[in-house]
Design a protein around this ligand. Structure first.
Ligand SMILES: Nc1ncnc2c1ncn2[C@@H]1O[C@H](COP(=O)(O)OP(=O)(O)OP(=O)(O)O)[C@@H](O)[C@H]1O
Ligand SMILES: O=C(O)[C@@H](O)C(=O)CO
Length: 429
C-alpha cells in the first residue's frame, strides 16, 4: 500500500476514498479500499490506497488519539509511505478536540512538523482564505454548521479554533503564497516547521490550489484535511503504481432498497422534503424513541411494507427542534438512542433482504455500518461530489452521505446508480 488514510467518520472516509479512486484530470486514481475500522488482517495485495474509517469525530479526544494511533500502526505495517488524517470539510470539532490532538499525536509518531491542515473542498463550496473557512458565500460560523447537533462551529478562523485544541504552535500559509505554487508552499511549510509549528493551516480556494498543495506534499509523511487535500496525491505515486486500471467494472446491485436519515443538516432536510413528494417517508418521533414507545419493528415494518417505492425513515429535524430535544434528554443520550435505533434497523433490514441502503449523516452511517459487521468496501460510481456507491461481497450496495452533501434528488439518484442504472432527469441542485 502506498497511501494510507485515517478518517474520523464513515461518510468522510467514503468521500476521500472517492477522490483518491477517481483521480483528477489526466492523472489516474489509485486502487482504493475503504476499511471499516482497523482491520485485523493484511490489506489485499492490489490495494494502493487504504482508507481506515473510524468513528472518532465526536468521542473524547484521548480515545480518538488512541484509535488513530492504532490505525497508523496498521497502515505502516501495510507499507504506506504517506498518511492523510481526514476530517470534515467544515472542520467539525469542539474546542476540546479532536482534530488538534489527533493531528499532533500522528505528527509526533511520524516525527513530522509543518504538517498541512486544509479542509477546503471547493467542489462542495468549502474554501479557506486568510485562515477563515467559508461554506458557499458565508463564513463557517454564519452557515448552518453553527447549530450542528454535535459540533457547533462558532468560529470561522481555523487558526484560532485549532489553537484551542493544540499543545504546539499552529502555523499559517496564506493564499498569496499558495498561488505561487508547490515550491513556495513547501518553503513556507519548512519555515513554519523551523518556527516549531506542528500543524499549519494552509489556505485554498480552488482545485488548482489543492493540486499545488498536493505537489508540495510529495514525500511528506503526514498531511491533514478534507477530501480535497487528496486531489493531487495520486500523481505523486505515479512512478510506483502497481499498473492496474481502476474505477471500471461496477455492475450494480439489484434488490430491495431503503433510505435511513439521522442527519439534521440543511441539505439532508431539503433532500427529505423533496423525496417525500414522490415516495413514502416515515418521520421517527424522537420522544417516542426515548420513551420506548417506538422501536426497531415500527421502522422496519414501514420499510418492508414499501419496498420498491424507495421508502425513507428519518429522525432528522430542524435546529430548533433538535436543540429542544437535546435540552430535554441530553445531547449524547438522544444521539446514542438514535444511533442504536438506526443500527438495529439496518441490521434487521439487511437480514430481511435489503440490498441497497442509503444512509444520511456521518454519525448515523458509522452506527449503521458498524452494526452490519462489514470489513471492507469497494468504491463504485460517484453519486454526488464526495459520495460514491460502495459495495461489498455480500452483495450489498451502500451510499453513506455526509450531512451537507448531495443534490435535492440525492436519494433517488443514489438508489438508481447503486443498481447500475442512470438516474432519470437532469441533476438538481
Ligand atoms: N431529531 C433529532 N434530535 C436530536 N438529535 C438528533 C435528531 N436526529 C438525529 N440526531 C442526532 O444528530 C446527529 C447527526 O449527526 P450525523 O453525523 O449523523 O449527521 P450530520 O452531522 O448531518 O452529518 P455529517 O457528520 O456527515 O456532516 C446524530 O448523532 C443523530 O443521532
Ligand atoms: O469532508 C466532508 O465534508 C465530509 O466528508 C464529512 O466528513 C462530513 O461528515
Amino acid at each position: 500500500m502506498l497511501l494510507g488514510v485515517i478518517a474520523d467518520d464513515f461518510t468522510g472516509a467514503s468521500d476521500i476514498a472517492n477522490t483518491i479512486a477517481k483521480g483528477y484530470g489526466a492523472s489516474a486514481g489509485l486502487s482504493t479500499t475503504q476499511f471499516l475500522g482497523i482491520p485485523d488482517k493484511p490489506a489485499p495485495a492490489d490495494c494502493e490506497a487504504g482508507v481506515v474509517a473510524l468513528k472518532t469525530r465526536s468521542i473524547p479526544a484521548t480515545e480518538a488519539v488512541a484509535q488513530s494511533l492504532r490505525a497508523l500502526t496498521w497502515l505502516r505495517e501495510q507499507g504506506c509511505r504517506q498518511i492523510v488524517f481526514k476530517y470534515c470539510s467544515t472542520f467539525d470539532s469542539t474546542p476540546e478536540g479532536n482534530i488538534g490532538p489527533v493531528g499532533e499525536a500522528l505528527a509526533s509518531a511520524l516525527g513530522a512538523k509543518g504538517v498541512i491542515v486544509c479542509p477546503a473542498f471547493p467542489g462542495a463550496g468549502r474554501t479557506l482564505y486568510q485562515g477563515n473557512l467559508f461554506v458557499g458565500d458565508v463564513p463557517l460560523n454564519e452557515s448552518s454548521l453553527r447549530t450542528h447537533p454535535l459540533n457547533p462551529m462558532t468560529d470561522s478562523d481555523l487558526r484560532r479554533w485549532l489553537r484551542l485544541q493544540c499543545r504546539e504552535p499552529v502555523g499559517f500559509v496564506p493564499w498569496r503564497v499558495v498561488r505561487d505554487g508547490g515550491n513556495a508552499i513547501r518553503n513556507a511549510l519548512d519555515e513554519a516547521s523551523r518556527q516549531s509549528a506542528v500543524l499549519v493551516v494552509v489556505d485554498a480556494i480552488s482545485d488548482e490550489d489543492l493540486l499545488e498543495i498536493g505537489a508540495a506534499a510529495a514525500g511528506v509523511p503526514l498531511l491533514t484535511g478534507g477530501s480535497g487535500i487528496a486531489l493531487g496525491l495520486a500523481k505523486n505515486f505515479a512512478a510506483e503504481r502497481v499498473a492496474k486500471p481502476v474505477g471500471g467494472g461496477f455492475e450494480g446491485v439489484a434488490g430491495p432498497e431503503a433510505v435511513l436519515a439521522g442527519s439534521c443538516s440543511q441539505a439532508t432536510l431539503q433532500q427529505i422534503a423533496y423525496h417525500a413528494q414522490y415516495h413514502p417517508v416515515m418521520p421517527i418521533a424522537v420522544e417516542a424513541v426515548m420513551d420506548g414507545a417506538l422501536d426497531v419493528h415500527a421502522v422496519t415494518d414501514f420499510v418492508l411494507a414499501h419496498v420498491g417505492e424507495a421508502p425513507l425513515a428519518y429522525s432528522s429535524d430542524t435546529p430548533e427542534k433538535v436543540a429542544a430535544l437535546q435540552e430535554r434528554y441530553g445531547r449524547e443520550t438522544v444521539a446514542g438512542h438514535l444511533d442504536n435505533l438506526f443500527a438495529a434497523v439496518a441490521r434487521k433490514l439487511v437480514s430481511r433482504g435489503i440490498r441497497r441502503l442509503v444512509v444520511a449523516g456521518g454519525e448515523t452511517s458509522g452506527a449503521v455500518v458498524s452494526a452490519l459487521d462489514l470489513d471492507a468496501l469497494t468504491i463504485g460510481p460517484e453519486i454526488a461530489p464526495g459520495v460514491p456507491v460502495l459495495t461489498n461481497r455480500a452483495p450489498l450496495a451502500l451510499a453513506l452521505k455526509s450531512g451537507n452533501f448531495g443534490q435535492r434528488d440525492f436519494f433517488e439518484r443514489a438508489l438508481a446508480l447503486m443498481e447500475g442504472k442512470q438516474p432519470e432527469g437532469g441533476m438538481l441542485t
